[in-house]
Design a protein around this ligand. Sequence first.
Ligand SMILES: C[S@@+](CC[C@H](N)C(=O)[O-])C[C@H]1O[C@@H](n2cnc3c(N)ncnc32)[C@H](O)[C@@H]1O
Length: 481
Amino acid sequence: MASKSEPTIEEKQRSREQARNEGDFLKADALKAELLESHGFLVKDFADGSSELYKPTTQIVLEGPTIMNLAHSALGAATVEEVNGISAQVIDRIERLGDGFSIELSGSKPSDAMFWFGMSGCTNDMLFDVLAQKVREEIARMLLKESTREVDILRILEKVSACNVHDDDLFKSIENDLYYSHPRSLIWLFRFGSRGRNMKQFKRNVLRHVGETTSDSEDAVSESEDTASESEDNTIDYNNLFENNSLPLIIDCGCGYGTTMIGLKTGGYMYDGYNMLGVDFSENAICYANGIRTRESFNGVRFVCADIFEALEKIKDNYAGVVKAALVQFPTPFKLEGGGNTQLPEEDDGFMVSERLWNGLWEVNCEKVLVQSNVEDVFLNMVKSGCGSGYEIIDNDEKKMVGMPFDYSVGGFEGLSKKELRITSRAERWLEMGGGSGGERAKVRNEERYLPIEGLTETEANCILKGVPVFREVFRIVGSK
Ligand SMILES: C[S@@+](CC[C@H](N)C(=O)[O-])C[C@H]1O[C@@H](n2cnc3c(N)ncnc32)[C@H](O)[C@@H]1O
């Protein structure tokens, strides 16, 4: 029963109508959740701004796959058209469930569903809008419960942000400043990607999560692997990659989820006079990047699923403009002698930043190369191969020279990680090796970034949050080899 100071049900209904009519949806959702949780009333809104309260009758149970089942199947879909078709089914189902949507989308589920659609490269804006609304309603409900922790809400919003969805009303519900390139958003991509190395296992876990363990779904898992079975490269027209193929080009080699270019674009670093190309042979990662690129209608940005060596060949023969800069950010390390992760490629067979890569960059006359790694010996190895293959390290002043698109350094990690930088077990092993094959130290360059913080990658986000040191250098091409 309402206490004397507590507003009556009618007063709450009127306040909600007022909040809604004034566009304060966060307050309106909170009152809606309160009317349901504390008084058992659902609200029906009318176009004229009024509303009606009613008691829920029997819960609607719909036939067919649940929303979470559908979101999961989007992850295994073969084409964007298929993903968008599935997203339309989700919108329809949410509509039919009406106020009973919580049966299928309670707590963090709307954000999980959104994240899975983001990862599958969905380009249906409406799906993201509808799910954002459900996230908002669920957060309003969660905030009424004393047991809800701030971190629960934060996790939900981080996943929303990782889909590049900006909903001011949503983000108002927390004090933390979240945006697409924030390490706490990008860390979800890193986690997904790390599991994605064993995509079969990840998808099995998802199946378990949504309670689907039929042999059919197991088959679906084994059919969809992460890396492109056949390079898409032959079908890409490098003559017409961009609207204006003669602008200077920046290439992100092994771009992963393409967060650098997405972040620079959405963060207001338009680099209008440049084209930006992200290349990665992970189909999943490129699918995600292309989903956002399409939803945001970016000009001058392309992501292609291809082997970087083939891509550089094609660029050499077909791209009309100059290659201004290349980014080589956190390449998958090679195996270090004497143990460690046996899944890693051999140093001279499968490691991306071999002499072959430097030669490829040299052949396209790439002016500058930014190299970053969190693995000390890998970084030293890249410096060595770069300096032996037509490139040299630029000293500090020249790094900032005009004409380099990334011509400034911005202030390090302030406010992002209070953790002490730590030495990894691989670095320890490298130091123990000493002598000719190990022990050399690289200078840590955490404080100097050559890209704005908005250009963060998912791996660097992980380094920031874990306090892992990052090594960076900028190279320039030397006239001849
Ligand atoms: C550790 S991830 C780093 C991704 C991203 N640059 C970052 O900093 O988070 C390395 C990426 O390089 C890609 N890669 C490795 N060899 C490649 C090659 N030859 N061509 C294209 N991509 C490659 C992998 O698919 C993977 O996405």
